[in-house]
Design a protein around this ligand. Structure first.
Ligand code: PLP
Length: 414
């Protein structure tokens, strides 16, 4: 199946009891069974079925199956948010004393989470993305995984996933990739050597900002060993399912950050138009970036689709169908950035990406507020930077909105 067809049909249960074309919302906390033995069997994982929505729910399972098919994995676990998915993905294999080696170009929330993990004895070593020598040098006997974003938010650097996977595998550790900004439309990172992929579904998968959620998908190819990953030792007998089985039976149900059935339902509606939206949004982003670069020589425009981008060549190799729908611009000062944001009429000033509508934000004073100066610089966050999450509007209206805002800004004499 090709991508858009797969969005509609892959992993969908066509034998739904009453023929519903969308997965019904099983809005229930618990599931009764016809006998005490059946219920005991479900708890022992010996009988298929559902017992409690924090552990599993049919609406959520259908969503998980669809993402599994789309990403090309063996299974997925859906969580309450993208952050919950990242937390689950990492802590399922980490213990106190372990270390993470990560690209320094990360979403601010993830940097904050990595700092929170220090209280549990888990340390993160940040290195410059795509500098494999730095990655190699940062790996030691305590390192249990490599982490990076396919397209850094908001740096917009593109990760050489194939190259990074080779580094990880040479050291017997998995590569975990946050693919939120690229989405499976632009690249299926599991096909490029990543072992586990995470998507914040709040963004492009949901598509219209009506529910917070996240999901992780396991490719099932990584060779876990009891020596390197002692926490998995009871699950190694399950072969490729060791990682997912431990997560589902352990931390996922115990941490309790499950996705809600309502969110899983809304995400499935969004998922079906992911391809159409991304195609339009990537095209709009490319046109807007080119327009701003051509018309405003004083403004630094950052977009992997522009030939001027440092990451254009890697992007061209890795991404299919576009270069993403986020553009960042540097306008000279924080004051100018705030003024421009305030002059825009169509674009919403808010902290989110991946909506059908165009969204704008000043990262330094919002999502990167708690980062250090060094972390901000590494993540490509500057005081005069504006992040634009480009929507599906008609491009002429978007260009006009920015042109009018720049006109007012420049007339103000700043
Ligand atoms: C938004 C985002 C997250 C966090 O997802 P939530 O659903 O908001 O918890 C993680 N990574 C990236 C790259 C994001 O853009």
């Amino acid at each position: 199946m090709n991508f858009n067809t797969a969005l509609l049909h892959a992993g969908v249960d066509k034998k739904e009891k009453f023929g519903s074309t969308l997965s019904p919302i099983y809005q229930t906390s618990a599931f009764f069974q016809s006998s005490a033995e059946d219920l005991a069997g479900i708890f022992e994982n010996k009988v298929p079925g559902f017992c409690y929505t924090r552990v599993a729910n049919p609406t959520i399972s259908t969503f998980e199956n669809r993402i599994t098919k789309l990403e090309g994995g063996i299974g997925s676990v859906a969580a309450a948010s993208g952050m919950a998915a990242i937390f689950n993905a990492l802590t399922n294999i980490l213990e106190s004393g372990d270390e993470i080696v990560s690209s320094s170009s990360l979403y601010g929330g993830t940097i904050d989470l990595f700092r929170d993990l220090e209280a549990f004895g888990i340390k993160t070593n940040y290195v410059c993305n795509n500098d494999f020598e730095q990655f190699e040098n940062a790996i030691n006997e305590h390192t249990k995984l490599i982490f990076a974003e396919t397209i850094g938010n908001p740096c917009l650097d593109v990760t050489d996933v194939d190259g990074l996977a080779e580094v990880a595998h040479r050291h017997g550790i998995p590569l975990i990739i946050d693919n939120t900004v690229a989405s499976p439309y632009l690249v299926k990172v599991l096909e490029h050597g990543a072992d586990i992929v995470i998507n914040s579904t709040s963004k492009y998968i949901n598509g219209s900002s009506n529910a917070i959620g996240g999901i992780l998908t396991d490719k099932g190819k990584f060779k876990w060993t009891a020596e390197k990953f002692p926490v998995l030792k009871d699950y190694l007998k399950l072969g490729p399912f060791a990682y997912l089985a431990r997560l589902r039976a352990g931390l996922y149900r115990n941490a309790g950050a499950c996705m809600t059935p309502q969110t899983a339902y809304l995400n499935q509606i969004g998922l079906e138009t992911l391809g159409l939206r991304m195609e339009r949004q990537c095209m709009n982003a490319a046109l807007l970036a080119q327009h701003l670069e051509d018309k405003y020589p004083d403004v630094i425009v950052n977009y992997p689709g522009l030939k001027s981008s440092k990451w254009h060549e890697i992007g061209k190799k890795l991404l299919k169908g576009g270069y993403g729908a986020i553009v960042t611009i540097r306008v000279g000062s924080k004051e100018r950035a705030f003024q421009l944001l305030n002059e825009l009429q169509l674009a919403y000033r808010l902290s989110n990406i991946g909506d059908t509508k165009t969204l704008v934000l000043h990262p330094a004073s919002t999502i990167s507020l708690h980062s250090t100066e060094k972390q901000k610089e590494d993540a490509g966050v500057f005081d005069d930077l504006i992040r634009i999450s480009v929507g599906i509007e008609d491009i002429e209206d978007l260009k006009e909105d920015f042109d009018k805002a720049f006109e007012k800004l420049n007339a103000g004499g700043n």
